[in-house]
Design a protein around this ligand. Structure first.
Ligand SMILES: Nc1nc2c(c(=O)[nH]1)N[C@H]1C(S)=C(S)[C@@H](COP(=O)(O)O)O[C@H]1N2
Ligand SMILES: [Mo]
Length: 412
């Protein structure tokens, strides 16, 4: 009888230990893939790989609920056992909270279409905050845990009874040094990957909490030097939308291009009656209009009430005259890498805009200036930055991210 009880207890301990190990690996994988996904550096570097990593992250994230559920079966017993260890109880609650929070917000981010932008925005904030609080905590936990694992081992060697020794086998392999090494390596890896992103996030959130708008900074850092500045229409200055709400995350898959009057031009060609090419001075003289619209990225963030000023795409197409054989409109970025496409029908929506100004100011280079496309009713991967060429084509074209796994259907 005693033997059976002992065995159950021992198995229960073993279960907890292996559960802990599984959980550790899952969190490590999610942390590394997650950090790669939010880091701008990897964005251009990985291309299609990024979409695979996203799928890996989502899949492992969904599976991460399994050890939690399994733990809940053991939780009653574990909880009682931790009666005199409030710190460990606290730790259990923190880890469960983190895992459930990450899981719930992750599901929303994954199902962004069903969730809609507002819920997805909140999920992203929660996912981020949990990450920047949770990861340092978990790293700290695994480092300190090492010490008391060793201490516990020493204790159990002292306390172990003869029977237990017989059942368990006497010799314990000295694997803690290897484990320590692996843990240390993971910890160091995370710290190196984490540090810069964490600081960036901190500065960014402190900045926005302090009321200073990060767009102001982007405008200050504008690397373009095109003269003259476009003169905003009255609806743009002050911005009809009252000023954008939210923050753009600066995304690029290639080095951010810089433009001057000398190296910038805008072209429409392909299946058009009249190919056109403008230099900057001509381009700022084209008739512009103003729209207020929301901007949604599939990764979960949005910027609301942007006041964009620019030339409606339909107006440009009319100037060039679309030939009957044309079916699609292909957009080229001045970064030389990024392209995307709309059908002629989509391109004729009245709010598709070749934008020159945002909230009454020239679009800074980081946000795709001097000229970017805006397709408010679709996810922002359609909104090609540094737009400098439009081509009318008869065949299909697959855009940069669509080629790498994003949906052709970009409707918000
Ligand atoms: N040339 C270019 N255009 C681009 C991208 C890019 O990487 N390169 N990213 C797209 C995506 S996925 C989004 S969400 C928006 C981001 O715009 P922002 O960097 O101004 O926030 O630009 C879109 N247009
Ligand atoms: Mo995006």
């Amino acid at each position: 009888m005693r033997g059976i009880m002992e065995r159950i207890r021992r198995d229960y301990g073993k279960k907890l230990v292996s559960l802990h190990a599984w959980n550790g690996w899952i969190v490590a994988i999610l942390a590394l893939t997650g950090l790669v996904l939010i880091s701008g550096f990897w964005r251009g570097f990985l291309g299609e790989g990024r979409v695979w990593i996203k799928w890996g992250h989502v899949t492992v994230g969904i599976l991460s609920i399994l050890p939690v559920i399994y733990y809940l079966f053991l939780a009653g017993k574990h909880w009682k056992k931790l009666k005199k260890r409030p710190w460990q109880r606290f730790n259990v609650l923190v880890v469960l909270g983190l895992l459930l929070g990450w899981f719930a917000s992750g599901i929303l981010l994954w199902q962004f279409r069903m969730a809609g932008p507002r819920a997805t925005n909140m999920a992203l904030v929660l996912h981020d905050v949990l990450t920047w609080i949770g990861l340092p905590y978990i790293i700290y936990h695994s480092v300190t845990r090492l010490k008391w694992l060793k201490a516990a081992e020493r204790r159990s060697i002292v306390k172990r009874t003869d029977i237990e020794k017989k059942v368990e086998g006497v010799s314990q392999p000295p694997f803690y040094t290897r484990r320590a090494f692996i843990r240390g390596a993971i910890g160091a890896g995370l710290a190196v990957t984490l540090g810069p992103s964490f600081m960036k996030w901190l500065v960014y959130s402190l900045g926005s909490a302090g009321g200073s708008n990060s767009i102001d900074q982007l405008i200050k850092d504008n690397a373009n030097s095109l003269m003259p500045d476009p003169i905003p229409l009255p609806a743009s200055m002050p911005p009809a939308g009252g000023g954008a709400q939210g923050h753009f995350r600066v995304y690029t898959v290639a080095p951010i291009p810089m433009f001057t009057n000398k190296n910038w031009s805008f072209t429409i060609n392909g299946l058009v009656e009249k190919s056109m090419k403008w230099d900057w001075e001509q381009f700022v003289n084209l008739k512009r209009s103003v729209q207020v619209s929301d901007f949604h990225c599939v990764t979960g963030w949005s910027v609301y009430k942007n006041t964009w000023e620019g030339i409606p795409l339909a107006q440009l197409l009319q100037l060039a005259g679309v030939k009957p054989g044309a079916k699609n409109v292909k957009f080229y970025s001045g970064d030389g890498v990024y392209t995307d496409t709309l059908t002629l029908e989509q391109a004729s929506m009245d709010d598709v805009m070749v934008a020159v100004m945002h909230d009454g100011k020239p679009i800074p280079s980081d946000l795709g200036g001097p000229v970017r496309l805006i397709v408010p009713r679709m996810y922002a991967y359609k909104s090609v930055k540094w737009l400098n060429r439009i081509e009318l084509i008869s065949e299909n074209h697959i855009g940069y991210w669509e080629e790498r796994g994003y949906s052709n259907d970009a409707w918000v």
